[in-house]
Design a protein around this ligand. Structure first.
Ligand SMILES: Cc1cc2nc3c(=O)[nH]c(=O)nc-3n(C[C@H](O)[C@H](O)[C@H](O)COP(=O)(O)O)c2cc1C
Length: 353
């Protein structure tokens, strides 16, 4: 039976290259919805689980948590926490859901997701389309999975930056009982002004409030849960230094580097380069690795980094680890490589030891 299921998993991984041309003719967001639905069906039929059992076991202790393996699904793929179990069954050691905002919101008008297959890249300006944090929390409360679940929180598009802290506090309080960790997203390029929260004074004020709330929640629930910050790749050396200073000062539990880039340098000349939004995939790989490297030198030794940006094969994941990341995440690579990427990365990490 296990053999049969194992074969199902490799069937799914082998099927993806055949499905891909068909999926890539479909509108990108529709293809995303379709594949998520199919994955839930496959999981419902028990076709994913044994694939995970075939993966090398390489648990990672980090952030005071035990991760079944060091590969996570990056935020944005499962914005509503609707398929956490299926992602875990596909082999991910952790799943970051969201970004979730206090109130549900539709996001930007469509089309808002574009593929640049020549560059293994995506441009998105989704704009935090999500069902609101309450809906996600309800789903997460019912989950049955060993995978670590992070809840990525943001602010509603119509909340002014001066009141952003209120939205993040709502997110933290609501996520706290169901999350293994909470990720504070201040780096999406698709919510006006959001990235300004990375300025030294703004981030200090925001994180002081969140760390304060975290302590209160820890006493209330009798359990301290880590709060991480997700940063942009489009920061110069001085900005990274300023951020690291604040992270050290406030003992932030971890940093996720990086989100998508607004730079179009590496896709210059592509017909879609002028589409507004964040660029992800191969073009952000090196920039994200450099940010991880810089952070590793600046952050306290005990502060873990989750490396994300342009991981398209096991080797890319190892480069992020070499730069100083304890854990890694993927999004775009899954679109271009399919489920085989999960196995490539987990195996590469296990082989490296
Ligand atoms: C369509 C799309 C939606 C995304 N939505 C979010 C989001 O809601 N919150 C977030 O923190 N990051 C979001 N991201 C960024 C990813 O989590 C990741 O940081 C980035 O894409 C770089 O990784 P990659 O090159 O593996 O895609 C999104 C990325 C894509 C492509």
């Amino acid at each position: 039976m296990g053999m049969l299921f194992g074969n199902c998993m490799s069937l799914i991984a082998n099927l993806y290259p055949l499905l891909k041309p068909w999926l890539f003719r479909m509108d990108a967001e529709k293809a995303h919805e379709w594949t998520t639905r199919m994955m839930r069906v496959a999981h419902g039929l028990g076709m994913l689980t044994a694939g995970q059992e075939k993966l090398p076991q390489m648990p990672v202790e980090c952030l005071g948590l035990k991760f079944p393996n060091g590969l996570g699904l990056a935020a944005g793929m499962d914005k509503s926490a609707s398929a956490v179990e299926a992602w875990a069954a596909l082999g991910f050691g952790f799943v970051e859901v969201g970004t979730l905002t206090p109130r549900p919101q539709p996001g930007n008008p469509k089309p808002r997701l574009f593929r640049l297959p020549e560059h293994d890249a995506l441009i998105n300006r989704m704009g935090f389309n999500n069902p609101g944090i309450d809906a996600a929390v309800k789903r997460l409360a019912r989950r049955k999975t060993k995978a670590v679940v992070g809840v990525n929180i943001g602010k509603n598009f119509d909340t002014p930056n001066e009141r952003a802290v209120d939205d993040y506090l709502i997110g933290l309080r609501k996520a706290y009982p169901v999350a293994d960790y909470v990720a504070v997203n201040i780096s999406s390029p698709n919510t006006k002004g959001l990235r300004d929260l990375q300025a030294e004074d703004s981030i200090r004020a925001l994180l002081s409030a969140l760390k304060n709330e975290q302590s209160k929640l820890a006493s209330e629930y009798g359990h301290q849960k880590p709060v991480l910050v997700k940063i942009a790749p489009d920061l110069d050396g001085q900005q990274i230094e300023a951020l690291a200073r604040v992270f050290n000062e406030l003992s932030v539990d971890g940093v996720i580097a990086t989100n998508t880039t607004i730079s179009r340098e590496s896709v210059a000349g592509h017909p879609l380069q002028k589409e507004a939004g964040g660029l992800s995939g191969a073009p952000v790989r090196d920039r994200s690795t450099l940010v991880i490297q810089a952070l590793r030198m600046l952050l306290k030794e005990e502060t873990p980094i989750i490396g994300v940006g342009g991981i398209l094969c096991g080797q890319d994941a190892l480069a992020k680890r070499q730069a100083g990341a304890q854990l890694v995440q993927v999004y775009s690579g899954l679109v271009f490589r399919g489920p085989a990427l999960v196995h490539d990365v987990v195996r590469a990490i296990a082989e490296q030891g």
